[in-house]
Design a protein around this ligand. Structure first.
Ligand SMILES: C[S@@+](CC[C@H](N)C(=O)[O-])C[C@H]1O[C@@H](n2cnc3c(N)ncnc32)[C@H](O)[C@@H]1O
Length: 200
């Protein structure tokens, strides 16, 4: 991702947060139900009470809230490009850790997480044929002890000039090439798919 693309993502979330305040629309979700369906699919990889989580593109840290409602207390770290969303996340979750930037700004030396999850953070159009998304997934897999769950927009049903989407089978093959045991889920929302990668 270049500096211009990074700035565009930061600026658009500043604008949406100013417009909507603390609301899923500020994250470009159409509603809470859609956000929650994706959270449920992420958690279904096998996240359990007490697990440590790195949430890439965490927004307001809403996955932590959602998990708490399901009686899952997580050792939660969120990372996001947007300082505006993170400031709100920090207010709401003083017991969590939040990092500003993208995965490649961090070293995470000697640090890893049971699960590394991502919901919605690969939807930005970078016009790079998914090269950045693939690097992010590879890094997520390196940082996990148990596995990775991420979602993307399904390129079979959605192709838009301003959104990044991809063919699920193409992404599945990429993930399998990283030697992970993988599962594809594409039966929960029309325009979305998730991939689970388990640490081999
Ligand atoms: C659709 S929102 C979803 C937020 C959160 N995962 C949720 O579902 O509530 C996408 C988030 O990813 C962040 N984001 C986009 N690209 C990113 C990147 N390369 N690294 C870190 N965060 C990113 C955005 O700032 C935004 O907060």
């Amino acid at each position: 991702m270049n500096e211009k693309q990074r700035k565009r993502i930061i600026d658009k979330h500043r604008d949406s947060f100013t417009r909507h305040g603390y609301h899923p629309c500020a994250l470009y979700w159409s509603g809470k139900d859609i956000q929650d369906i994706r959270f449920q699919v992420s958690a279904d990889i096998g996240i359990q009470d007490g697990d440590s989580i790195l949430d890439v593109g965490c927004g307001f840290g809403d996955f932590k809230c959602w998990a708490e409602k399901k009686e899952l207390t997580l050792d939660y770290t969120g990372i996001d490009l947007s300082p505006d969303l993170l400031a709100e996340a920090e207010k709401r979750h003083p017991d969590a850790k939040f990092l500003e930037g993208d995965l490649f700004d961090m070293t995470f030396e000697n640090e890893n997480f049971d699960w590394v999850i991502l919901s919605g953070a690969l939807n930005e159009q970078l016009n790079d044929k998914s090269a950045y998304a693939k690097r992010v997934i590879q890094r997520m897999y390196r940082l996990c002890r148990k596995g990775v769950a991420f979602n993307m927009l399904d390129g079979r049903y959605l192709q838009a000039h301003d959104l990044h989407s991809q063919n699920p089978e193409y992404m599945l093959r990429y993930c399998q090439d990283l030697q992970a045991k993988c599962e594809l889920h594409d039966d929960y929302l029309k325009n979305d798919f998730s991939i689970y990668m388990y640490r081999a």
